[in-house]
Ligand binder design. Sequence first.
Ligand code: FO1
Length: 310
Amino acid sequence: MMVPVRVTLLAGGTGAAKLAVGLERQLPAGALSVVTNTGDDACFWGLRVCPDTDAVLYRLAGIFNHQAGFGVAGDTFALLDQLQRLGEPSWFQLGDRDLALHVLRSAMLREGARLTEAALELGRRLGLTTRVLPMSDQDVRTRFETEAGWLDFQEYFVRERLRPRLRAVEFEGLAEARPSPEAVAAVREADLVVIGPSNPLISIGPIIALLGPELCRERTLAVSPLVGGRSLKGPTVEMLTALRGAATPEQVAREYRAFASWFVLDRMDVDYRAEVEALGYQVLVCDTVMADDSSAARLAGAILGSWTPV
Ligand code: FO1
């Protein structure tokens, strides 16, 4: 057994953000880096909002709004209420405290900081020892082709509530974007890269599209976002079905097979073990449901305790 010293987590949606907390609990301070998806970033009234990056920042800072599933605990919505009075759309719930982060980040960007520099500075101000690194300093935007036309990420997820039938997903700006130097270093220097249990198509997909060439298969492990045929949050099953024709742990393992040598299956999906092994993986079977921070730490402990380079 080799206990990894430096760990980098690739994080998109909820599952991976929860695992960031678990890994941080199990590792020495400063040993964890988290590379976040920026495909669902958006701009409201000139403010740059980075939902996946911010979910990790807020969770690690202990101020995440678990009830809402986004934003800051105990937030108020005075600014949004007033904007609504002034005739502005209010379908995207930006709280007052959450807005403080977006105001500050946007000011840093206007003054010439890169998105990564802004994220690192915000992390420092929140008192974090973990480095939270956006995947790129250039804009990459996940867009959805639906029966109602092309929609931005937040338009499709929040305003349209995923109702229009999905036809295709595109990452606008990907061809011109480069991974940030800090994200590249975090992946290259890690003893272990963990692909978090998030939607492989829209949460992890953009990160791998950028950083895939930097991943060393022997040192990369992927955690299945599926538990007993379901995803605990978000439309992973629906999207895999619509775009890949199957929504099974084996299908997720196929998505990552060029990049990862270990695959973590939930206990409920132990029947997939042989199929996933046949794809060339070492398989770890454990409880992957992270109901709270201690179960996230338990999953992180199981990963760190079992993994060895293949
Ligand atoms: N999700 C919602 O379902 N409704 C919202 O009004 C909403 C606001 C919001 C504000 C800031 C933020 O960082 C995230 C927010 N989210 C909201 C979550 C977000 O739409 C998605 O969950 C992520 O983009 C997918 O990871």
